[in-house]
Design a protein around this ligand. Structure first.
Ligand SMILES: [Cu+2]
Length: 67
């Protein structure tokens, strides 16, 4: 499980866009996007760098840490 800190995720629309980007990259991913803390907890078999790149491509620069 990885926690992504996502810049610019300021409203529900943003959170939805981030969640869609994650699911489009890995349909089997478990993703919990939390707007107030601008984070997403993601359980995925993919390399977290791949997830991070997809979130960034959707317009949200981010960093991640392993949980
Ligand atoms: Cu927004």
């Amino acid at each position: 499980m990885y926690e992504f800190n996502i810049q610019n995720m300021t409203c529900g629309h943003c959170a939805g866009t981030v969640e869609k980007a994650i699911r489009a990259t890995d349909p089997t991913a478990q993703a919990k996007v939390d707007l107030p803390t601008r984070t997403a907890k993601v359980e995925s078999k993919l390399d977290p760098l791949t997830i991070a790149a997809a979130i960034e491509k959707a317009g949200y620069p981010n960093t991640f840490t392993s949980l």
